[in-house]
Every structure is written in C-alpha cells, then in structure tokens.
Design a protein around this ligand. Structure first.
Ligand code: HEC
Length: 201
C-alpha cells in the first residue's frame, strides 16, 4: 500500500466518522434511525414506468462502475446508461445548469448516485432516482434506492437536500447552487474517490 493510498483510506475514515456524527444529530431531530431504510415500495416501478416517455431504463447493481471508469467533470463523475454521454457531459460542464438527459448517472463519492429516468417518470424528483450503494472489491450492491424518501445511512434525505438547488441546476448541488452544505471538503472527497474499492477489480 502506498503512502498516498494509506492517507486516502485514513481521510475516508475521518469523513465517515464526521458524517456519522452529523447523521446522529439528524436522527435525534427526526427519529430516523440508521436502520430505518425507506424503500419506495409505495410506487411500484412498473406503475411509474407507464407514465415515462422515451426509452425504458433498467437500473441494477451492474449499472454502476468504478469512478475512474466514468467520465470526470471537474470534481465529480458522470456516465449515461442510454449511450447519450455527450449530452450528459455537456450539461455537467455547463456553468449555467441545464436538464440532464435520461440515462445520466452522476456520482461524487462511490456510494451515492443519482440516475436520471425518462421525462415524466417521477415529477417530484424531476425524474432523478437516488441510490445508496455498498461497494467492495466484488463490485456494487444496492443498499437503498428510490425517489423522495431515500435516507442515507447517516440519516440525511437525498432529495430533501438536493431539491434545494436552484431550479436551473436540475437538483445538482455542487458548492453554490443553494443546497445545505455537507461537512466534507473537496480534498476529503478526492481521497474517498481515489479509494473506491471497485477500481481494484
Ligand atoms: C445534507 C445535504 C445532502 C444530503 C443528505 C445528500 N447530499 Fe448529495 N450533495 C450535497 C452537496 C452540498 C453536494 C455538493 C458537494 C460538493 O460539490 O463538494 C452533493 C453532491 C452530490 C452528488 C454530486 C452532484 C452534485 O449534486 O453536486 C451526488 C450524485 C449526490 N450528492 C448524491 C446524493 C445521494 C444519492 C444522497 C442520498 C443517498 C445524497 N446525495 C444526500 C448535499 C447532500
């Protein structure tokens, strides 16, 4: 293990501890225990799918990959599960926002993902589905997925934070789009990104 790698792992651990602390505070307010993982069972995928326009998008654990195999845009990573990577990258690179095309995958850290479904799939989340993954050298598995009610393991509601982004940014937070901040610096994020265990496959 190189020194850089050890530093990365250490900073990743630090961040997890910091996030766990914030999560505990959130729990005491809303009584959402870390085990309370809300699945989107109320809305069967087939029912939502019927309302969607455009090509059908099936997302499973195999849809996700090591961050370094995705396309890096500044400090985050994108992909497109329907082959429209150029449009996804164009929106990600725009400093003035824009609507991500269906199939877009956006990741900042290995375990949290946003995937864009077809137009009309879920109006509340502007067609974004939120995922929390477990990642290991074996690959990805889906711990939790859904729309307005996905709670990450630190007690934070993905949608609750991301909907605060100015409308033109299509729920993408970055640092200055209007979302509540996360207590993780870009430097720590870079450490977590380069410690993605799936990249050792
Ligand atoms: C406390 C608010 C908060 C919660 C809860 C939260 N996020 Fe974020 N998220 C942010 C902020 C702020 C950023 C931007 C950080 C940066 O750019 O340094 C971000 C970045 C991201 C990004 C990169 C694109 C972007 O928006 O900048 C993705 C993808 C993402 N989060 C997914 C998720 C998922 C999935 C969940 C739930 C499992 C989640 N987030 C929970 C605030 C939050």
């Amino acid at each position: 293990m190189s020194e850089t790698r050890i530093e990365n792992v250490m900073s990743a651990q630090f961040v997890l501890i910091a996030l766990a602390f914030i999560g505990l505070q959130a729990c005491s307010k809303e009584d959402t225990g870390t085990e309370t993982i809300v699945k989107d069972e109320a809305q069967p995928a087939t029912a939502i799918q019927a309302a969607a326009d455009g090509p059908e998008l099936t997302v499973d654990a195999d849809s996700f990959t090591c961050l370094s195999e995705m396309t890096a845009v500044r400090h985050f990573f994108v992909d497109n599960l329907l082959g429209d990577l150029d449009e996804t990258v164009a929106i990600a690179e725009s400093t003035d926002g824009g609507v991500y095309p269906p199939g877009s995958v956006v990741q900042l850290v290995p375990t949290e993902v946003m995937v864009k479904h077809g137009s009309g799939y879920n109006a509340a989340t502007r067609d974004w589905e939120f995922f929390e993954l477990d990642v290991s050298v074996e690959g990805s598995s889906i711990r939790n997925r859904g729309f307005v009610d996905v709670i990450n393991k630190f007690g934070g509601n993905c949608f609750g934070c991301h909907i605060k982004a100015e409308a033109k940014y299509d729920l993408i937070c970055e640092l200055d789009h209007g979302c509540d901040p996360i207590p993780v610096t870009r430097e720590m994020i870079a450490g977590i990104q380069s410690a993605d265990p799936r990249c050792n496959l």
